[in-house]
Each structure stands twice: as C-alpha cells, then as structure tokens.
Design a protein around this ligand. Structure first.
Ligand code: SF4
Length: 188
C-alpha cells in the first residue's frame, strides 16, 4: 500500500546545483536550478532546463542535507526552470531552510500577481516564506546588463518581507522593490 511522502521524502526534479554562488542573491547562496519550464522565453540563458522529462530526481532531504554541510551559506535560491511548477516539494525545502535560519529567494517566470491568482495553497505558503522574489519572464527586448539579480527591465526584484509588512498595514496592492544589494530583513 502506498503512503503519502513526508516533507523530506518529496522529490524535486533538478536541472543543476550551484553549491556556493554570490550572483544569485545576497551573500553566499546555494542555488537550486529546477528542471522544467513552460515559459520558453526568447534568449533564455538556460534552455536545457525547459524539458519536464529531463534532469535528475533528488529528495528534499538530500538537498537540505547538502545545504547544511556548508556553514558559510547565508541563503538558498530557487532558480530554473520554473520553481513554481514544483511548488509542493519546494515548499518543504523552503520550510526546512527557513527553520535553519537561512534566507530563501526564488526566481519565477510568473509575476507575483499571476502566482497569487493561482490560489494554490503551496504557492501561497512559499510566497509567505520568501525573503525575495524575482518575478516575470525574461524579455530579450528589455535586456539590461546593469540590473542586479535579473536580466530584463520588466522583471522585479521584490523584497517580500517589506511587501508583506506594507500589505499587512493596509497597502494591499503594494510591491516593495529590493533596494540594498547587501542586506535583507529576515523577520516580518
Ligand atoms: S522563465 Fe527563466 S528558465 Fe524559463 S524560459 Fe524564461 S528565462 Fe528561461
């Protein structure tokens, strides 16, 4: 008889891992490139991540244990591929990472508004845990090499902690851009 997988047993389809990056968010970060992306942006830097039937399966527990081996890490970044196509398993990893005191950042080809419009519990819970979200598809016509943490001008680097705080104070549609390239708030 099959049973439902627990958090650590859930499987993430992985395209690649960068165990210590300084270009995918603030500080030293473990970057998980997930496999599978429906957006197919023209000029995508990682088209090998598009196929949903490629890549390697890893459990949440395996990935988290790798992360815990490096005491220098400040946080974890979900990149792609499209992380929110694997929201259920990534939520478990995000919970473990936050519990270990790490910041969590995610890229998504979906905008924040599109993610919220899904009304998907796992998506909503990831959004409630994220410190930073870089949202929107890559638009080659808006490419700008001077941008920090994103590639085209339509994409937003969002400070999710300050966004939640502003919304809790009544500013419902507020999206607060991430300002500092050096520090982010961890607590709401
Ligand atoms: S969302 Fe990201 S990974 Fe997906 S096609 Fe666009 S640039 Fe590539």
């Amino acid at each position: 008889m099959s049973r439902e997988k627990t958090g650590r047993e859930k499987v993430i389809r992985v395209c690649g891992i960068e165990p210590e990056s300084i270009v995918d968010g603030p500080g030293f970060r473990y970057v998980l490139f997930v496999q599978g992306c429906p957006h197919h942006c023209h000029g995508c830097h990682n088209p090998e991540s598009w196929a949903f039937d490629a890549g390697t399966d890893m459990t949440v527990g395996e990935i988290f244990d790798q992360i815990m081996e490096n005491p220098n890490l400040r946080g974890v970044t979900f990149s792609g591929g499209e992380p929110f196509e694997q929201a259920d398993a990534l939520l478990e990893l995000a919970k473990l990472c936050k519990g270990a005191g790490l910041t969590v950042m995610s890229y998504s080809g979906y905008t924040l508004d599109e993610l919220e419009a899904r009304h998907d519990p796992a998506t909503d819970e990831i959004l409630s845990l994220l410190d930073m979200l870089v949202d929107g598809r890559y638009d080659e016509s808006l490419r700008n090499l001077t941008l920090v943490y994103c590639g085209s001008e339509n994409q937003r680097v969002i400070d999710m902690n300050r966004t939640r705080k502003a919304r809790a104070a009544g500013d419902h549609g507020m999206v607060v851009p991430y300002k500092s390239s050096y520090d982010i708030e961890i607590k709401i």
